[in-house]
Design a binder for this molecule. Structure first.
Ligand code: KG4
Length: 339
């Protein structure tokens, strides 16, 4: 084990974490959410600029909280992708500079592997495992037969589920990030609006959210044109039932087919209360153990990057200083570091 320094900057959180022998010493997160709220979504150029402004402050605070010095660090880890290209670059340049300066290994980490491994702060991972990865940029069902072994069995064919939550929220006049108000209002509403379930006739683990989003937008516009009332809570409930229902139906099929021992929820949308409670119920019925991540693990943070880096440090998976970021990096290619 080792003293690991990790950076996360793939979207709108600048974060630095330090772990020693698996123990979390510090995890400082600077979120830009308030800035992006004005635009109803993340503005990539603004995100990159704010990462530049914040990274050295976050770094300093993480070192102070952990009470360690840069010269004591054994390896520098960084999110290489997926994410916003400009935002990823800021973390990558910082990690490469530190690795070069202190002559220590550079460890590139896959962001979604981070979301999965964040669960290791709470429980040991057991295999075969199904990871339900649902975030603002990705929606994937991943089977793991062992550590750092990922097979994508299903993914969205268009938009990510979180992106769909955010767009639906915007058309309903709810604040960004849309998942939070929709989750809350759905509890007060009834499923009274009919929204067709995409890909319902197909035997597939894939998902599709773009058509669902368009259906909600068209329905809202039609009601507005007719001057009819939009029952926002009912709309939230109807939308959420279909969107989350799609994830749950695929996960249930995968648990059975792959004889899954453990299910982990990962990514920003795993904070969703309906997804959590339904997955707990389904896993009980199917005798699969489920790990529900604590809320702090659902949002982006560098602690999860450090957790993966600990494994990679043991496996000696290091990269050269010519490493570049990859905004579309597939989790199945987590150990390929081509530019
Ligand atoms: O993982 P994340 O922080 O961003 C990416 O790295 O992509 O996830 C952010 C997404 C946003 O789209 C947000 O609306 C959604 O997670 N989200 C939720 C909830 N809380 C956050 N979606 C549904 N229900 C929630 N409670």
């Amino acid at each position: 084990m080792a003293l690991i320094f990790a950076i996360e900057s793939s979207c709108d959180e600048t974060s630095v974490a330090i772990t020693r022998d698996g123990k979390l010493l510090s995890n400082v997160i600077n979120t830009q959410i308030e800035v992006h709220q004005k635009y109803g979504g993340v503005m990539p150029e603004i995100a990159s600029r704010l990462h530049c402004e914040n990274i050295s402050l976050v770094l300093k605070e993480a070192l102070e909280k952990a009470d360690v010095k840069l010269e004591d660090i054994d390896a520098f880890a960084v999110t290489r992708g997926p994410g916003l290209i400009g935002a990823l670059h800021v973390g990558m340049q910082c990690a490469k500079t530190l690795a070069m300066l202190y002559k220590k290994p550079l460890i590139p980490v896959h962001h979604l592997a981070g979301h999965i491994y964040a669960n290791e702060f709470n429980e040991e991972l057991k295999f075969p495992l199904l990871a339900v990865v649902v975030s603002g940029g990705n929606s994937e069902l991943v089977i793991m037969k062992d550590h750092m072994n990922f097979e994508i069995i299903g993914e969205t064919r268009d938009d990510a589920i979180g992106e769909c939550y955010d767009k639906v929220a915007r058309v309903l006049g709810l604040p960004y990030p849309g998942g939070i108000p929709i989750d809350k209002l759905a509890k007060e509403g009834e499923h009274t609006y009919h929204l067709p379930t995409p890909l319902s006739g197909e035997h597939t683990y894939d998902m599709s959210f773009s058509g669902l989003k368009t259906n909600v937008i068209n329905l809202v516009h039609n009601l507005q044109q007719k001057g009819e009332e939009i029952r926002v809570a009912d709309m939230c409930r109807s939308f959420q039932d279909v969107a989350v229902g799609m994830v749950i139906s695929r996960a249930v099929k995968a648990i059975q087919e792959y004889n899954v021992k453990q299910v982990v929820l990962a990514g920003g949308v795993s904070a969703n209360s309906y997804l959590r409670s339904e997955m707990v119920k389904e896993c009980e019925k199917l005798n699969a153990h489920i790990i529900i991540p604590p809320m702090w693990c659902c949002t982006d943070n560098a602690a999860m990057i450090a957790k993966v880096a600990e494994h990679l440090y043991e496996m000696k998976v290091f990269a050269g200083l010519d490493l570049g970021v990859d905004p579309n990096w597939s989790i199945e290619k987590w150990n390929e570091f081509q530019n």
